[in-house]
Design a binder for this molecule. Structure first.
Ligand code: ATP
Ligand code: MG
Length: 295
């Protein structure tokens, strides 16, 4: 097969692992830099070029789109979808997963457990909203990543001034109950093709509440309960993702999903669990493309 990986840097761990894993299985792996791509739509139809060459004979595209270029990345994926190239995570599913509030709305609508979360857009409504989630609260930019844009506010006053400041910067945000019983611990579940392929615990460093490895968190392999697996699989299914990294807080009453990542990193999960997640993704592509060729 001829498989494209949409990634800005071929030296990134995840991109490198996917390329080498695909080549090991005999595939023609190409790394396409979204920053080099020119998208065009005209009466002649659609055209996508990189370095002046048309990009049109791939069996599959594996998106590795960073948070900083979501819109451009989604436009590229829509091009491939509209020109009948199979895309591993669809443009719609990625767009949904990149908006933390929309994600939680979709999950809550399907009774997937999530922390109590509110969203408002005027100072008049902040206090009533904050009453609903209590304090402390977690305030999040809708499309932050790696723990950036995730703020803990200890008091109602702090929460109000933080939200109003973000609004003054033109940023929308969500306000979420701080799940104290998580004590800086969460679980990252890696799902591929409707199957949990690996999971890791993450523990925040001293004095930090965010367990992200990019914020100094430490990790260890996780054994999930049946309920935790079920919730992670359901969350991924509802968002329509084939590959996802589901972040869950673990409480005595069960797991709470905080977000679903559509381009989850491979380094943390592979080095922590020893699982060959890249191969799981490539075999998922083989199965999907194989099925499509039969129909
Ligand atoms: N409601 C909450 N209560 C307690 N801790 C929380 C809550 N929400 C988030 N956290 C902590 O903050 C971390 C970052 O939050 P979240 O996953 O929403 O943001 P992120 O920056 O998008 O992360 P990623 O890099 O996974 O995309 C979580 O991994 C968790 O440790
Ligand atoms: Mg996260």
């Amino acid at each position: 097969m001829k498989i494209a990986i949409l990634s800005t840097k071929r030296t990134l761990y995840s991109t490198r692992r996917l390329a080498e894993s695909g080549r090991k299985r005999g595939h023609d792996m190409r790394i396409i830099n979204p920053l080099q791509c020119i998208l065009s739509a005209s009466s002649e139809g659609l055209l996508l070029q990189s370095d002046g060459l048309p990009l049109n004979d791939f069996d599959c595209v594996i998106p590795r789109i960073g948070a900083s270029m979501t819109q451009h990345g989604i436009a590229l994926l829509a091009h491939f979808e509209l020109t009948r190239t199979f895309v591993l995570n669809s443009s719609t599913a990625i767009a949904l997963s990149r908006d933390k509030l929309r994600t939680l709305q979709y999950l809550a609508a399907s009774n997937v457990p999530v922390p109590a979360t509110v969203a408002v857009h005027s100072s008049e409504t902040i206090d009533a909203a904050l009453q609903r989630v209590g304090s402390p609260v977690i305030i999040k930019l809708l499309s932050g990543t790696q723990g950036i844009g995730v703020i803990k506010a200890e008091s109602i006053d702090q929460a109000r001034s933080t939200v109003e400041t973000l609004w003054s910067l033109g940023e929308d945000c969500l306000i979420q109950r701080y799940i104290a019983e998580s004590r800086g611990h969460d679980v990252r579940v890696f799902v591929v093709a409707g199957k949990v392929v690996a999971a890791m615990n993450r523990q925040a460093s001293e004095g930090e509440f965010r367990s992200n490895l990019h914020r100094g968190g430490t990790s260890s392999p996780a054994n999930l309960s049946a309920r935790e697996s079920e919730v992670a699989l359901r969350a991924t299914e509802i968002l329509g993702l084939s590959v996802a990294g589901v972040d869950m807080l673990i409480t005595p009453d069960g797991p709470l999903v905080i977000e679903v990542n559509s381009s989850p990193g491979l380094e943390g999960i592979e080095t922590t669990t020893g699982r060959d997640v890249a191969r799981e993704i490539i075999t998922c592509v083989e199965a999907e493309v194989g099925t499509r060729k039969l129909t």
